[in-house]
Design a protein around this ligand. Structure first.
Ligand SMILES: Nc1ncnc2c1ncn2[C@@H]1O[C@H](COP(=O)(O)OP(=O)(O)OP(=O)(O)O)[C@@H](O)[C@H]1O
Length: 231
């Protein structure tokens, strides 16, 4: 089940007028596919992620996640859909300092009303899939920056979402670690058959992306060698 935004427009109030953060944006990401969106600061990348994550309702247009059309859903139904179908990787891992890696995942597993035993088994499997076998009982301060980012990614994948939304995953990492995290995201996208939409300033790691799109002034187009080509 893919992630699909069709003709999405989002405005924010700005004094007497409005700012158009997303201007008739359409994008479709298939399961197992990674799409990257690049664009300058203020172009609308965070707004795109927030709408795709069902955190913000657009003014117009349609958002479909995990086969569900979100238009017309009540806030509670949106929250349930988000919990079941959406994984979000924030730029900062925001791990809880007193919890071990496996416990970080179990917190979100438990929110999905799983038994503790099921939650632990699933959390261990997910950590293994991101290369953290043997480090399940470490707390955040006992992990490297890259390993903390892996726990962050594993936590977002732990509910087996249909869509994975990733905000600037390489921003705080050096070149080698940044490249490894992008490879991991590409691999996890295939392993978990998830539709991954990633936004980034970094244009150097885009080879793992199936689609590369460019956001400019709220409009999304294919990234062409000669600049923006609107669809
Ligand atoms: N809550 C808000 N109220 C008013 N305007 C906003 C709000 N959030 C964002 N904007 C405006 O919407 C536009 C898009 O912002 P957005 O945060 O989506 O850009 P971005 O590409 O993610 O930027 P950055 O790379 O700097 O994080 C910008 O003009 C921004 O000033």
């Amino acid at each position: 089940m893919s992630l699909e935004l069709s003709d999405v427009t989002l405005t924010y109030p700005d004094g007497d007028g409005v700012v158009t953060a997303l201007d008739r944006v359409s994008v479709r990401v298939a399961p197992g596919e990674l799409a990257a969106v690049v664009g300058p600061s203020g172009s609308g990348k965070s707004s795109l992620l927030a709408v795709a994550a069902t955190l913000i309702r657009p003014d117009s247009g349609r958002v479909r996640v995990g086969g569900v059309q979100t238009l017309g859903l009540r806030p509670r139904e949106m929250a349930e859909l988000r919990l079941a179908e959406v994984g979000i990787v924030f730029q900062q891992p925001n791990l809880i300092s007193s919890l071990t890696a496996v416990e970080q995942l179990m917190v979100t597993e438990h929110m999905r009303a799983r038994s503790l035993r099921e939650a632990r088994t699933s959390a261990m499997e997910t950590l293994a899939a991101v290369g953290l076998s043997g480090k399940e009982r470490r707390r955040p301060h006992q992990l490297s920056g890259g390993e903390r980012q892996r726990v962050n990614i594993a936590r977002a994948l732990s509910g087996r979402p249909s869509a994975l939304l990733v905000d600037e995953p390489t921003a705080a990492l050096d070149h080698e670690r940044g490249a490894r995290i992008m490879e991991l995201l590409a691999e996890a996208t295939r392993t978990f058959d998830v539709a991954t939409l990633l936004v980034t300033h970094d244009t150097e790691y885009l080879s793992s992306a199936k689609q590369v799109l460019q956001m400019r002034d709220g409009r999304l187009g294919a990234l062409a060698a000669d600049g923006l080509r609107t669809p």
